[in-house]
Write a protein that binds this ligand. Structure first.
Ligand code: PLP
Length: 406
């Protein structure tokens, strides 16, 4: 038999959060080393537990969840999602506008496969959550990265977005609250983004999976509220983060705006949904309970709560390291730290992360893995408890001190 190769479609697709850096970590683990993995936003391994009601709901529904469901999702889950958005000001949200998926990840790939024709340009933030860039590419599109401005609390640079729009631009991706930067966009920025979409007739893909993980006085503004009835907006969210059930694979997308102009697209999305039958049914049952019940994430995001305290500690400790700076996170689970190139002249940041891993048995993710253009950032998750975070950032500081003197 001849050599079996991957499809050319994958040629420019990357997803570095679980790429070669993780393979190296697994190689070290196989040798018996204990690796502290700060590369993935998965709360469960760090001692976070899902709300009891959600686990109980899954168990309760297992016997009756053996069959496929409607490919768009079970009625109670879709109703709960629609009602949630109604209560958040999107009064037009309807059960038929909701599709449930195996996490937001599946919905991102399904939506982009349905939407993109070869060569279509899609505006994606830099830095981004890299699935967006990868899924645009895999769908035959061209990701065009717009800059988020570190000097302006990582807000999207509206002028940069305008300058990158061409006749071939079809949509814009917004990630708010943001992974990897921890930014939460002001009302003015959200309005500015929607205004650009409106003027250039762009569809908006708004990834709001961290909408409930907000610190201090940060307020989350749903993009769809501003997009109104004349800009098509797809809002993505789910249970993975706020409800700490990444493994259940449960997310949704809400379609809002001029749906009468999107009939053909929505038929396509239904076809693609049908082709994969449905999302994991037991996890769909958890959605109604999650959205309707007591929101225990609240305890984690206030002073004294683990998400809050750990994020603030990581922010303080990283900024104490010479030549390292990180913008204070306003939400989500991450810090995107800058390494001053004058002090740390890094040429290949993936290699830098691998060197750190080999030396200190600690895994973070390199900034270029988030489509940041320069090799001068890394992302760490703020999920370990305070003692483990102090230990982890201590190891980073030691490594950087050795790096400086080399
Ligand atoms: N969107 C963003 C911004 C994320 O950070 C993640 C996961 O880290 C996802 C989507 C995917 O989430 P899930 O597929 O678990 O719903």
């Amino acid at each position: 038999m001849r050599e079996i190769k991957q499809s050319q479609k994958l040629k420019n697709v990357r997803y570095d959060v679980r790429g070669p850096i993780l393979e190296e970590a697994q190689r070290l683990e196989a040798q018996g080393h204990k690796i502290l993995k700060l590369n993935i936003g998965n709360p469960a391994p760090f001692g976070f537990e899902a709300p009891q009601a959600i686990v109980a709901d899954m168990i309760h529904h297992l016997p009756e969840a053996q069959g496929y469901s409607d490919s768009r999702g079970i009625f109670s889950a879709r109703t709960a999602v629609a009602q949630y958005y109604q209560s958040r000001g999107l009064t037009e949200a309807h059960v038929d506008d909701v599709f449930i998926g195996n996490g937001v990840s599946e919905l991102i790939t399904m939506v982009l496969q349905t939407f993109i024709d070869d060569g279509n340009e899609i505006l994606v933030p830099a830095p981004d959550y890299p699935l967006w860039t990868g899924a645009v590419t895999l769908s035959g599109g061209t990701p065009v990265h717009y800059l988020c401005d570190e000097a302006n609390d990582w807000a999207p640079d509206l002028a940069d977005i305008e300058s990158k729009i061409t006749e071939n631009t079809h949509a814009i991706v917004i990630i708010n609250p943001n992974n990897p930067t921890g930014a939460v966009y002001s009302e003015e920025i959200v309005k500015g983004l929607v205004d650009i979409a409106r003027r250039h007739e762009l569809v908006i893909f708004s990834d709001e999976i961290y909408e409930k993980i907000l610190f201090d006085d940060a307020v989350h503004h749903h993009t769809a509220t501003y997009a109104g009835d004349d800009v098509l907006c797809l809002t993505f969210s789910g249970l993975s983060k706020a409800y700490r059930v990444c493994g259940y694979r449960s997310g949704w997308v809400l379609v809002s705006g001029p749906k009468h102009l999107a009939r053909d697209f929505l038929e396509g999305l239904t076809l693609v949904s049908n082709m994969r039958m449905c999302a994991n049914v037991p996890a769909q049952h958890a959605i109604q309970t999650a959205l309707g019940g007591y929101q225990s994430v609240q305890e984690l995001i206030v002073p004294g709560g683990r998400f809050y305290e750990q994020s603030m500690l990581a922010y303080r400790l990283l900024n104490e390291i010479p030549g390292v700076s990180a913008v204070k996170p306003r939400g989500a689970l991450y810090l995107f730290a800058r390494l001053d190139p004058e002090i740390y002249p890094i040429k290949d940041d993936e290699q830098f992360v691998i060197d750190l891993l080999r030396a200190k048995h600690l895994l973070v993710t390199h900034g270029t893995g988030f489509n940041w253009p320069d090799p001068d950032h890394f992302r760490m998750v703020c999920l370990p408890d305070v003692a483990m975070l102090e230990e982890a950032i201590g190891r980073i500081a030691e490594f950087l001190a050795e790096y400086r003197t080399k």
